[in-house]
Design a protein. Sequence first.
Length: 131
Amino acid sequence: RSGRVTGVQTCALPIYVRPILENSYIELNIVYVILLFSQYVIFIQPKRLSKFTRYHMLHSILVYLITSLMGIIYWALPESFTQNLYGELVCDLFLLIGMSMICHAFFKALIGFYCQIPVISEAVRIHLEGY
């Protein structure tokens, strides 16, 4: 044997776990919504954590909701539109917007600054001022 890897590499997960992980987001989306709202009730409403941490946790919830809304909008578009060039461009635009929001918020939190995304950050700031 030459030590070269040939063929397709497969994931090391057992065969019965892989379909569950691949389809869980689509089929069990209510679980993710319950997790988000439980995160809100447990961590954001009480003032146990610092304002910086609560700000970024609420920011992540709103970014998740915005990206989910973009996915629902794309999914609701007719297939004749989504399968042509313009539909692919819309999908790529949604992906670019979503990933840039997530990366921007992550790196700002990592270096210790408040993230400034125009509509979302204002909503978070207004919400946290009420608590």
